[in-house]
Design a protein. Structure first.
Length: 159
C-alpha cells in the first residue's frame, strides 16, 4: 500500500489465532511515525528526512541516516525475526548506540541451526537483513518467502 511503518518492532506486533488454521496471523499496529504515500498513491524510492525516526535497535542503516525506503521495514523485520529466534536482538546496547554493524550480525546461534529448517531461516535472515537496501528483497518478495518458510516450518512441526 506504499506505507513505510518506520518503527517495526515486537511491541508493535499483534497476534491473532484462528482455530481453523495452523499458526497465527501477525498484524502490525502503531502507525504513529509511518511515512504515507502522496495523494496519487506514489511512493518515492527514497525520501530524505532531517532526522531518523524509529527504534534504534530495529532501524536499518539507511534509516539511521534519515532516509525512508520500503526496504527499511524489511530490514527491521529481520531484526524482529532474529529476536524471535534467539530471545535477544543481534547487537549490544553499545553497538546500537554507536551504529556499529558487522557482516555476520545476523548469524543465528548454533543451537538454532540444528532446528528444523535452521539453515533456511538463516538464509532468509541474511537476505532480508542485508545492510545494503538495494540487495534486500522487496516487501512482496520478502513476504512471499516468509510465507513459504512458515508453511514448511508448520509442516515440519506436524511431522
Amino acid at each position: 500500500r506504499g506505507i513505510v511503518h518506520r518503527d517495526l518492532k515486537p511491541g508493535n506486533l499483534m497476534f491473532r489465532r484462528d482455530a481453523d488454521l495452523p499458526g497465527v496471523e501477525v498484524m502490525l499496529g502503531d502507525f504513529g511515525v509511518a511515512h504515507l504515500p502522496d495523494a496519487s498513491g506514489a511512493v518515492a524510492a527514497t525520501t530524505r528526512r532531517a532526522e531518523a525516526v524509529g527504534t534504534l535497535a530495529y532501524m536499518a542503516p539507511e534509516q539511521r541516516r534519515g532516509e525512508i525506503t520500503p526496504a527499511s521495514d524489511v530490514y527491521a523485520s529481520a531484526v524482529v525475526l532474529y529476536e524471535m529466534c534467539t530471545g535477544h536482538t543481534p547487537w549490544s546496547r553499545e553497538a546500537v548506540m554507536t551504529g556499529a554493524r558487522r557482516t555476520d550480525d545476523f548469524l543465528l546461534p548454533p543451537a538454532l541451526r540444528n532446528e528444523p529448517l535452521g539453515d533456511d531461516v538463516q538464509g532468509h535472515l541474511l537476505r532480508i537483513g542485508d545492510p545494503d537496501p538495494a540487495k534486500r528483497p522487496t516487501t512482496a518478495q520478502a513476504l512471499a518467502e516468509s510465507q513459504r518458510l512458515r508453511e514448511r516450518l508448520i509442516a515440519a512441526g506436524a511431522a
